[in-house]
Design a protein around this ligand. Structure first.
Ligand code: BGC
Length: 427
């Protein structure tokens, strides 16, 4: 049996296609010596599954992948409200410009120029943030009934088609707002949301039109901080990100313009909590909208659940110079859901969980540490797998024996690729 599992694992590791080892494999008997963390007899395809951070969806159209979201009756997605957050980010940038109008236009040409770092052109959250900034600053152009979120390359002369020049009137004076440049920050190996690429880009942009850049906007803090450290801090150019990672929040004291908390503390809890509830066979709302026996409960100002999308969305909060002191530790668990569950009533279960890119700033410095704080409280023994951010197979190769686990939490490289994972559970 051992040999057989080893062979199966090897086959999975070598296989180009996830289905290479055929369907005949009997599910593991799950025999576990540790007693408590015994795996179930449940078929892999019926085990609880949560997608998180990257919602199964079509990367060109954004359409949700309902098949993946309804893989079985215990399947959910946990993320955050991308549109509400994007709107907050755009408004935060606009408010900052208005409040600092006397000094924002660095070269005094009447044009407020900004550059934008785009995370992943096929990721709904990234698209929403690009749209949010363009909408608030008046630079948005419609395409197929929605705001165009395409990168523009450089646009110092205002001729780009995917954006237009905006206009802002403050204290009776009119200013032009121009997106001077934007780019998807993808490195040569294929990693998106790539901080190093953003740091290089601001170097290129600033050396050719640096004095025109009055604001730096970024789809996330990883890229935002990279640009801040490489250029904008020294040049006193306000830089705005997203995620409220601890380093970005601390940088607000040094001139970082602001960020958005996507309430990762609530998301990380929900990610594991829905699995816990499904494993316990209790109402899915337990410890979420309905207080559990330990006293854990979330109020409805921090999340929404949309049944038709099988999705939980945390709500976002703007973090600026006014309130950043409350957000200095992004890995701190959320107080209303910080109570330990009873080991007898909620016995230890095993969860397989992957982070699509071990080098992603948000996931590695904020989300995973939060998960690691909650897993103990929820009596879940979680195996954390860190991907390379480039290929799905780098991760699926490490799901060689799903029979060893009671539940799965999945963070895909690409939002189209849910089937790479579910096909392994269907075998
Ligand atoms: C975060 C990004 C992160 C991405 C990964 C987003 O929600 O804001 O920082 O890189 O998720 O998928």
């Amino acid at each position: 049996m051992k040999k057989r599992i080893a062979l199966l694992m090897m086959a999975a590791a070598l296989a180009v296609s996830a289905t290479a080892c055929g369907s005949g494999g009997d599910t593991s008997d799950g025999g576990d010596k540790k007693g408590e963390a015994k795996t179930s007899e449940v078929a892999n395809k019926d085990k609880p599954l949560v997608w998180f951070n990257r919602q199964p969806s079509n990367s060109s159209t954004g359409e949700l992948d309902k098949t993946a979201l309804n893989f079985n009756k215990d399947t959910y997605y946990v993320g955050f409200d991308a549109n509400q957050g994007a709107e907050l980010q755009g408004t935060m940038v606009k408010d900052y410009i208005e409040a600092n109008i006397d000094k924002i236009d660095r070269n005094g040409d009447g044009v407020i120029g900004y550059v934008l770092a785009i995370g992943d052109i096929g990721h709904n959250d990234s698209i929403a943030r690009t749209r949010g900034v363009r909408k608030a600053l008046g630079t948005a152009v419609e395409k197929d009934g929605n705001i165009n979120s395409d990168p523009i390359g450089t646009n110092t002369d205002g001729s780009a088609k995917a954006v237009k020049d905006g206009e802002l009137e403050v204290n009776g004076k009119k200013y032009v707002v121009r997106e001077l440049a934007s780019q998807e920050m993808k490195n040569s190996a294929g990693s998106t949301w790539d901080a190093a690429t953003a740091g290089n880009s601001i170097g290129t942009w600033s050396s050719s039109f640096g004095d025109q850049i009055d604001v730096v906007a970024s789809n996330n803090d990883g890229m935002g901080m990279s640009m801040f450290n490489a250029w904008s801090k020294d040049n006193k150019v306000p830089t705005f990100g997203y995620d409220a990672n601890s380093d970005a929040v601390a940088a607000i004291a040094e001139g970082y313009g602001g960020t958005i908390s996507q309430h990762a503390d609530v998301q990380a809890y929900l990610t594991l909590r829905v699995l816990r509830n499904a494993l316990d066979g209790v109402d899915i709302d337990t410890g979420i909208g309905t207080e559990d026996e330990a006293g854990n409960v979330l109020s409805d100002d921090v999340y929404v659940y949309r049944e038709e999308e099988r999705s939980y969305y945390a709500l976002n909060v703007a973090v600026t110079a006014d309130n950043y002191q409350d957000f200095t530790d992004s890995t701190k668990i959320y107080e209303p859901v910080s109570n330990q569950l009873d080991k007898e009533k909620n016995p230890t279960k095993k969860v397989w969980l992957n982070i699509y890119n071990a080098a992603d700033n948000f996931l590695s410095s904020t989300y995973q540490p939060l998960l690691q704080n909650y897993d103990k409280l929820l009596n879940l023994e979680v195996e954390y797998i860190g991907g390379d951010g480039q290929t799905e197979s780098n991760i699926t190769n490490r799901l060689g024996n799903p029979g060893q686990y009671d539940a799965f939490a999945i963070n895909m490289v690409k939002t189209d690729n849910a089937a790479s994972y579910t096909s392994l559970l269907n075998q």
